[in-house]
Design a protein around this ligand. Sequence first.
Ligand SMILES: Cc1cc2nc3c(=O)[nH]c(=O)nc-3n(C[C@H](O)[C@H](O)[C@H](O)COP(=O)(O)OP(=O)(O)OC[C@H]3O[C@@H](n4cnc5c(N)ncnc54)[C@H](O)[C@@H]3O)c2cc1C
Length: 339
Amino acid sequence: MGAWDVDLHEIVIVGAGIAGLTAARTLQDMGFSSVVLEKSKGIGGRCATRRLGEGTFDHGSQFFTVREPAFQELVDGWMLKGAVKEWTRGFPVIGDVTELAGHPRYCGVDGMTSMARAMAEGLDIRREHRVKRVSEARACWQIEVEGGIKLRAGVLVLTAPVPQALRLINDENTWRIGAALSPLLVIHYSPCFTAMVLLDGPSGLPGPGAARVEEGPISWIADNQRKGISPGAVAVTIHASRRFSEEHLDEDPQEIARILAEAAQPLLQSRITECRGHRWRYSVPSSILPVGCFEVDGRAPLYFAGDAFAGNRVEGAALSGLAVARAVAQIVDKGGRKK
Ligand SMILES: Cc1cc2nc3c(=O)[nH]c(=O)nc-3n(C[C@H](O)[C@H](O)[C@H](O)COP(=O)(O)OP(=O)(O)OC[C@H]3O[C@@H](n4cnc5c(N)ncnc54)[C@H](O)[C@@H]3O)c2cc1C
């Protein structure tokens, strides 16, 4: 028996962010099982909650909005599980007129990973499984994971940011499916630097404890204690503006965090005592494809899903997860055979 003869799974999903988990959860609820491979220890992807000292920070996405009824249904389910809450109906803008109050902005009850945790229950999620390469074989996809693990999939779903997902495809395959992949080559993402800072007292930030900033290197500042996720310390997340992030893309995130902390200090009532930086190379897509997910119809089906499809942001990622689950369900029997 060759190495590739082991572990044939009907559906393998790469990425346990909102898109991957929505897909796996929806498939499970429809009676299909899948394996989710996630490179990190934690789940949630760019809906990321991290600790520094006694502080808890949302350092990727900060909140989400709901436009589509299908997403509202999902959010209602998360609400029932106690995973999300309405945070506010608007944020003040520092350096401009105050934003008008409007539609609800939701957040995770224990941070933005709460939605991921609510969806993950009962799923086969293999954490710390970084996919190195995927190759198209006769009637399956072969998946190589760091550490020598190999799997085969009848249907493969890639939900990493599109440029990262494309890099996983074995060059030997692209001569055959290269043309089919070309619509994906125009999808780019903007970067975003984040600084997580601890304060020695209240932040003094206005309104719900967060504000958009329209001056200097900062675009967003949020007090995670006021948000309700950091009981142990005043923990403030600072996001750099897109322009600043692009201009400093290859610089040390810790150095950038110090610049952001210095720029933020005048906006804060208390002193910054500690600071940590993070670079999101892929924060939000600058262009999206107007389809729920993207199928490459090869010898075995390959799908791309995530926030570059079905609208962007958390809502787009979830809707894309729903779309890919429905597409996969249509081509796979409950027993897992391709129809
Ligand atoms: C700084 C920042 C601020 C944001 N603010 C907001 C906001 O306020 N509101 C909003 O709605 N959206 C916001 N967003 C965008 C939002 O976070 C994303 O649109 C959404 O989370 C994307 O989900 P996804 O599942 O498509 O992708 P991801 O969350 O990126 O999930 C992909 C997953 O794939 C995994 N992965 C990647 N490569 C591999 C591999 N080789 N092997 C295994 N696993 C792999 C990753 O670890 C990740 O878990 C923000 C994003 C950032 C970075």
